[in-house]
Design a protein around this ligand. Sequence first.
Ligand SMILES: [Mn+2]
Length: 423
Amino acid sequence: MLQEISDINLEYKNHKEDVKRLIDRLENEGINTNQVLDAIKNFQVAIPSWALGAGGTRFGRFPFGGEPRSLEEKIQDVSILNTLTCSANAISLHIPWDYPEDVDAIIQVASLHKIHFDAVNSNTFQDQPDQKYSYKYGSLSHVSHEVRQQAIEHNIDVINIGEKLGSKSLTVWLSDGSNFPGQMNFSHALQNTQNSLEKIYAHLPDDWRMFIEYKPYEPNFYHNVIQDWGTSYILADHCGDKAFTLVDLGHHLPNTNIENIVSTLMHKGKLGGFHFNDSKYGDDDLTVGSIKPYQLFLIFNELVFGQFYAKNKCENIAWMIDASHNVKDPLEDLLQSIDAILIAYTQALCINQKALHDARESNDVVLCQEILQKAFRTDVRPIVNEMRRLGGGAIDPIMTYRKLQVRQQLVQKRGSTSRASGL
Ligand SMILES: [Mn+2]
């Protein structure tokens, strides 16, 4: 595949000129483009195993041909994405959807494709066929000790599986909450959740981290136990140094200032993980950057500050795409998401931080906006394309994917009615 990609790259005759023009311009403006290239080369975003097949809504699902039928095939799909983009070298597993029956075989497939295992995700929002107690009325927050204990043990199992695979973090997302006023005692539910998380945390290996995800509503439509970043922060802070808040872009009410949340969490050293997607109305799980690219850029502006310029630098954030694809080829959708992330990150890296700092210090509001928007309106795609070319990836991943007829080959191999396992 690498040779074919490199041959297709030669068809982009203007690429070198475009890169040179952009680099010259940015260097003239005081941006160190080598540093930018280095930063985006090092940026790796994990692909969740559940995003590789067609998603669905509560009204239905329209399968896509050639979907991965097993964990091995999911890893192969992530490898295709990584080969094309050089930016997706990890997979995030969901247990039990991706329960690895033969751990050694899975590790072998992953290392063959140079794919790492990112955070493992537990699932106490569904009942499994063999489980004793139901999560219908909650899991870690449940009124019954037995149900809570079962959910705690599931999370510990997930840690144990992750350890065998070489994962270093656990993501906990709870659907716990209530649908109607009066159904649940908020205070008791939060206390139960805290106690349960503490028990899971006690089982974390020393070099592991626990990410606590929040969400304002859905599947409950009245109250969610971990409704917002503040609640997640309280729980993470209570658990200890290895517990962090995880921000999922779609898990906010409309017009929430997410960049402010990101900044606050980084300031307190509690931003652990990040789930990328985009939304118009709620947790829409749309392609990253498809609806609000400026918001994504502003978030990256805070991330760049926190990672490179803040007094207490916030490093080691776990990046993941958490989107769902109802009408697009899942792999093409993921390629678009990866590209959108890299573009927003590059734009944020092209903000003249010194000039922005000076403008802020002199309260020059107009200049602050000019500096930000100048970076946002710069077409940085040639640099992102160049990073990929230098790494052996595709200058244009989507068009290369289509020219190589990757989907057609997958359909041929896996069939037109294959269904991604787990969904
Ligand atoms: Mn998420």
